[in-house]
Design a protein around this ligand. Structure first.
Ligand SMILES: *Cc1c(COP(=O)(O)O)cnc(C)c1O
Length: 459
């Protein structure tokens, strides 16, 4: 499956999101990528079967190992992320788990940003912990010295997000990649919120990118998917004894992945992990992902502009005590965002209602266009209350440290008209304002009753 090389001069992102990796692979010349909804692929003879088993690059055998529709999505995403290749899996969570299981073994240690997707945090803390892999979390991912201080002799990966959720921190990828490489370990970046349209971590020094393709890449809230993209630059064999699964153990041909696959060593090892653990994407979902990507630039550009307008407006409102969006000058990472995200700071941001939990509840019930649900990067606008959902298992101290208060709401801005969205937010704020007043009045009445029980009036 040798990919046709992109011809020079290099094509722009908007062109590649439509054409990269699609043409010249279908025997019938189907212009859209066909959905190869098949479990397996016929072998011509025993020798053909043997060679497809020995080297999946010589042909498909079984969809858990590879599939033409998935392969088209892999080529396209690798192209957009400036990687040498990609591996498509069934969800974003599967992408992170597969990437980590490819690199790590019992006894290894990981350093991650503490502001990270909750599923990743729990995977590191609980599930990989059970397998003897330990993790430490950096509370201030802005500080390269904090990362350095957390690295020990067993550390084998740094993990962070290009834009972190829910408070929108922006990772200074060149600075943290430098720390990783000084210690001979790779930097893995979950770039779900940025998308390759706004930022390409591999061009900034990261080694591996993972995405929840369920979000902006697929874009329409219909299909789950995950992808791992490799820059092909990391020297897995630089320190003998490290990264055994990629550079130490030998296969049936007596060679390691590094010896057999060169710059594709990590990806080939990851494909074997995926083959064994089985987080296979449906070919139908791979197709939906390809179709979503065709409009990625248009959607993310428009969503980022809308998000900036709405965030700036919310910041002026008395019901709102704070807005976390790196597009605003008030955000601590505004300068990093201006440098790394010049084309837009994404569709996701949070804001805090001064009225706390009661205001957040009233807001969520009142809005009509923002759907209350967990998901992001959809064409429709969504609202989520992290303290009662994604972050509900965190302790009060952890929530306070993360800045996730009872009044914090996360918005994922969709493609609706910006004026309509603003009117919807205004409807939410009015409800939040009266809920706060009503709660304050109730509290005052309760206090009066407590002080003077005789003043209690039957309801
Ligand atoms: C949603 C999400 C994930 C997990 O992806 P799924 O496709 O839901 O498994 C991982 N990282 C980030 C930043 C996400 O938003």
């Amino acid at each position: 499956m040798s990919a046709p090389r992109p011809s020079s001069p290099p094509l722009a992102f908007a062109t590649r999101q439509l054409h990269a990796g699609a043409r010249g692979y279908d025997v019938h010349g189907s212009r859209s990528t066909p959905i190869y909804l098949t479990a397996g692929f016929e072998f011509e003879d025993i020798d053909d079967g043997r060679s497809r088993f020995a080297d999946p690059d010589t042909g498909f055998s079984y969809t858990r190992v590879g599939n033409p529709t998935a392969a088209a999505a892999e080529r396209r995403i690798a192209d957009l992320e400036a990687g040498i290749g990609a591996l498509l899996v069934g969800s974003g969570q599967a992408a992170t788990a597969t990437a980590l299981l490819t690199i790590l073994e019992a006894g290894d240690h990981v350093v991650a940003a503490s502001a990270i997707y909750e599923g990743t945090r729990e995977l590191l803390r609980a599930d990989l912990g059970r397998l003897g892999i330990t993790a430490d979390f950096v509370d201030d991912p802005r500080d390269p010295a904090a990362w350095q201080a957390a690295i020990g002799p067993e550390t084998r990966a740094l993990v962070a997000e290009s834009i972190a959720n829910p408070r929108g921190g922006v990772l200074d990828i060149p600075a943290i990649a430098a720390v990783a490489h000084r210690n001979g370990i790779p930097l893995i970046v979950d770039s779900t919120l940025a998308t390759p349209y706004l930022l390409r971590p591999l061009e900034l020094g990261a080694d591996i990118v993972v995405h929840s393709a369920s979000k902006f890449l697929a874009g329409h809230g219909t299909a789950l998917g995950g992808v791992i993209v490799d820059a092909g630059r990391f020297a897995w064999d630089a320190v003998p004894g490290r990264f055994r699964q990629i550079a130490g153990e030998t296969g049936p041909d007596g060679r390691t992945f590094v010896e057999r696959s060169g710059e594709r060593a990590f990806l080939d090892a990851a494909r074997r992990v995926a083959m064994r653990f089985g987080p296979t994407p449906s070919p139908l979902n791979a197709f939906l992902l390809l179709q979503g990507i065709e409009t990625l630039a248009l959607r993310v550009d428009r969503q980022s502009r809308s998000a900036l307008a709405l965030a700036a407006w919310l910041e002026t409102r008395p019901e709102v005590s704070g807005v976390d969006y790196s597009g605003l000058a008030s955000h601590p990472d505004h300068a990093v965002a201006q440098r790394l995200l010049p084309d837009g700071q994404g569709a996701l941001f949070s804001f805090t209602l001064a009225g706390g939990h009661a205001a957040a509840a009233a807001f969520t019930t009142a809005v009509r266009l923002f759907t209350p649900m967990t998901h992001l990067g959809d064409v429709r606008s969504l609202v989520l209350h992290p303290a009662s959902t994604t972050h509900a298992h965190r302790t009060a101290t952890e929530l306070a440290a993360a800045g996730v208060g009872p009044g914090l709401l996360r918005l994922s801005v969709g493609l609706e008209d910006t004026g309509d969205l603003l009117a919807d937010l205004e409807r939410g704020l009015r409800a939040a304002g009266s809920a706060t007043t009503a709660t304050a009045a109730t509290t005052a009445a309760t206090e009066v009753v407590a002080a003077f029980p005789e003043a209690a009036v039957p309801a």
